[in-house]
Design a protein around this ligand. Structure first.
Ligand code: FAD
Ligand code: EPU
Length: 341
């Protein structure tokens, strides 16, 4: 049974805690709900916004259309072979809950992606990544339903065209498909990813040796690091990294490095070097900055925050100032990761 509500506040449904309203709101809990929705002729031409956990959106105005909140649950081990276990999860499953399920049952591959907020269905959208692992490394396929025609389609890894914080769903197929379920391929023989950032250091602090290294201990280390750096949306409104880390041609990186010897950079192929935007923003003097209820987080300059009653446009104004000052100082354009609505 579908219930369509009117004039719903979206404040509890976005982690920036922006106070915007939806003209209409519906929660879908199974694929059938989508087909039922498509039969409601009065909503055929209504603009639609698909929403999971609201942890990667910035709402800049009321949404004069129908918000479709995807809450399809269920985690199922569908098959296994000598090397892999295949698991399908509903799009509404909390991402971290799925990671914990896998860690607990010894299905390896997602442990570095612990504690990322949001839902399973949104994870392929920007090919979520953290601590040296991206979703695409454990992705097998997904199912999605076209928001207008009701066509059901299976997308393979290649169909999704994953990139760094990118997929076909963020580009060519933006707002066209409701992702309903995702199938993952997990390893029976774990490969540990401990090179990134402070993972090794944190494992050492936890007293973990090579003998006790496991997907559980890696997950715990990642959780510790994240809690120490990133603001908890339950306390301070934010959507994680506001910008993507820019990738610049190697000659440009070398020129900048000559000018700023401490500049960090990671080669990413195609003669490009990825620069941490957090470093650029910090050097431009923004870390810990606050004006009104908007600010730049004091422990992670890549995260913009809402201290209380900021509007989406207040956050966008600050983002533009940060972007402009980084451009002026370094000649590097940083682009938003967050989906601005
Ligand atoms: P939403 O914010 O609800 O939606 C995001 C986009 O996906 C929107 O465009 C929406 O229309 C679309 N969408 C949502 N669900 C569906 C669906 N079922 N079908 C089709 N489209 C859909 N991200 C990382 O990659 N790495 C991190 O380390 C990371 N850390 C974070 C830390 C914090 C504190 C926060 C607040 C965010 C962080 N993020 C990170 C960003 C965010 O957690 C991810 O982008 C997450 O996948 C968003 O999930 P969601 O369900 O909240 O998506
Ligand atoms: N740095 C600074 N100052 C800062 C922040 C970062 O100098 O205030 C520099 C440091 O050199 C540090 C480097 O940036 O070593 C990298 O910092 P960190 O490991 O915190 O990662 P990040 O590049 O800032 C990215 C992702 C995060 C993800 C972490 C961990 C993007 C846009 N962000 O952040 O993802 O959790 O790596 O892998 O790629 C998100 O997408 O929302 C998100 C939080």
């Amino acid at each position: 049974m579908l219930t369509i509500e009117s004039h719903v506040s979206l404040k509890p449904y976005n982690t920036f805690h922006i106070d915007a309203n939806a003209r209409y709101w519906v929660e879908i809990t199974c694929e059938e709900d989508i087909y039922t929705l498509l039969q409601l002729t009065e909503f055929v031409d209504t603009p639609k916004l698909i929403l999971g956990g609201g942890s990667n959106v910035l709402l800049c105005q009321d949404f004069d259309g129908l918000v479709i909140n995807v809450n399809i649950q269920g985690i199922e081990v569908i098959r296994a072979d000598d090397d892999h276990t295949y698991i399908t999860a509903g799009a509404g499953v909390n991402w971290h809950k799925l990671v914990l399920f896998c860690v607990e049952h010894g299905h390896a591959g997602m442990e570095n992606l612990s504690l990322i907020p949001g839902t399973v269905g949104a994870a392929p959208m920007q090919n979520i990544g953290a601590y040296g692992v991206e979703l695409e490394q454990v992705f097998e396929s997904l199912t999605a339903v076209h928001i207008q025609t009701g066509e059901k389609r299976t997308f393979s890894h290649a169909d999704c065209a994953f990139g760094y914080r990118e997929s076909v769903f963020k580009r060519e197929l933006k707002n066209q498909y409701i992702i309903t379920a995702v199938t993952f391929r997990l390893d029976k023989h774990p490969v540990f990813h401990t090179r990134y950032g402070a993972i090794r250091e944190t494992l050492a602090e936890m007293g973990v040796s090579d003998d006790t290294l496991s997907i559980q201990t890696i997950s715990e280390a990642v959780i510790r690091i994240r809690r120490s750096k990133l603001p908890d949306p339950a306390e301070i409104g934010n959507a994680g990294s506001f910008f993507k880390n820019p990738e610049v041609p190697k000659p440009q990186f070398d020129r900048l490095k000559a000018q700023y010897p401490a500049l960090p950079g990671y080669p990413v192929g195609n003669d490009l070097v990825k620069i941490p935007a957090g470093w650029l923003i910090e050097q431009a003097g923004w870390k810990g900055y606050r004006t009104g209820d908007t600010g730049v987080h004091a422990k992670q300059a890549l995260v913009l925050v809402n201290y209380g009653n900021a509007t989406g446009n207040d956050i966008v104004t600050l983002a533009r100032q940060v972007q402009q000052s980084v451009q002026e100082m370094f000649g590097v354009l940083i682009s938003p990761e967050v989906n601005i609505v």
